[in-house]
Design a protein around this ligand. Structure first.
Ligand SMILES: *Cc1c(COP(=O)(O)O)cnc(C)c1O
Length: 359
């Protein structure tokens, strides 16, 4: 068996020890004689799995008692609709920060239900930066302010989060949740598709302040009302059982690594390995300037497309896969989520050094 070094933006790399444990428990989960995929979501055993996952993520993020953790389906893209459906009040007004393709989709969806004010945008700079938030004024009539904490495609991220006072702050953290410590109490709602940094596809994580639950617009489908999942502890209908089980193993793995402060230090170290090389290279170039750089997704370019193609082919042959950049940026993108070891990033840097020398 050969495992490649997988830089996929999502679904993406998972800790090898988690995959091994899942393999070992595949046919007989801890003496039950069945796979987690085969058991009732109402069984004692599964209740322990979902409750254990919640305990772990609460511990990792220090989630306060007045926040619910929900295990949902439909991906981050369904949250683009659930957020306005649940958070819009009478005037149906929200502010959005526009920093790329995902915020564009979130804005488009919210516009179906109410008024969206785009408070700041980096579109003019082709999303290579985060807009300046210093002068932003937040109209207290807004029901919430939404932003994308890490822009997976463009490789930008916020150094600090917007200060919205009493207006609930909503974050799409799909590609950087659990990559560093955050202060959950600063937010009204955090959501993330699990498949980038937290587990397999099919599970969507939502962390929501309790007082924001229970006011959904009247036309909201039952399954899209946070109250439905909150009241039933994410067991209103059949949840994505196996994805929750794997995510629970990932959360435990993170705790075993020393939690999110240790993870953040490691992630910063990994990103620095690559950025330092890119900044010193005469051939490769990072597409994002220093203050806006993501530590999860790192896009970079060679001088022309022929060279990009050549590099990608040689990298793949050497076992570095899924490095192709998003079509809107081109070139390469290395996604180096939590589960990517520092040695693997160093191996990529070494490979790039050799490529540069031989060209
Ligand atoms: C991948 C991604 C999404 C879309 O997630 P789905 O779970 O596929 O709907 C949304 N936002 C961000 C920031 C992402 O990286």
């Amino acid at each position: 068996m050969t495992r490649v070094i997988n830089f996929s933006p999502g679904p993406s790399i998972l800790p090898e020890s988690v995959l091994k444990q899942a393999a070992a428990e595949m046919l007989d989960y801890r003496g039950t004689g069945m796979s987690v995929m085969e058991m009732s979501h109402r069984s004692e055993t599964f209740l322990e799995i979902i409750e254990g996952a919640e305990v772990s993520i609460r511990q990792l993020l220090s989630v306060p008692a007045n926040f619910k953790v929900l295990f949902l389906q439909g991906g981050a893209s369904t949250q683009f609709a659930m957020v306005p459906l649940n958070l819009f009040r009478k005037k149906r007004k929200a502010g959005y920060l526009h920093t790329g393709a995902w915020s564009h989709k979130a804005i488009a969806e919210a516009k179906r239900y109410g008024t969206v004010q785009v408070l700041a945008s980096s579109e003019e700079d082709r999303f290579t930066r985060i807009p300046d938030l210093g002068n932003l004024r937040f109209d207290p009539g807004m029901d919430y302010v939404h932003f994308t904490s890490n822009n997976t495609i463009f490789g930008t991220s916020y150094r600090d989060f917007p200060h919205t006072g009493s207006i609930p702050l909503v974050a799409d953290m799909s590609s950087d949740i659990l990559s560093k410590e955050i202060e959950v109490p600063r937010f009204g709602l955090i959501y993330a598709g699990a498949q980038k940094n937290a587990g397999p596809a099919g599970l969507t994580l939502v962390i929501i302040r309790e007082d924001l639950i229970g006011h959904a617009l009247p036309e909201t489908p039952t399954m899209l009302d946070y109250q439905t999942a909150a009241k039933a502890r994410s067991l209103y209908n059949t949840p994505p059982c196996y994805a929750i089980y794997i995510a629970g193993l990932v959360f435990r793995w993170l705790l075993d690594q020393g939690g999110l402060s240790a993870m953040e230090a490691l992630n910063r170290h990994k990103a620095a390995l690559l950025y330092d090389f890119l900044d010193g290279s005469t051939l490769f170039k990072a597409t994002v300037a220093e203050p806006f750089r993501s530590i999860m997704n790192i896009p970079f370019l060679l001088p022309d497309n022929t060279m990009n193609t050549q590099f990608l082919a040689q990298a793949e042959a050497a076992g570095f896969v899924n490095l192709k950049g998003h079509r809107s940026v081109g070139g390469m993108r290395a996604s180096i989520y939590n589960a990517m070891p520092a040695e693997a990033v160093q191996a990529l840097v070494n490979f790039m050094k050799t490529f540069e020398k031989n060209i």
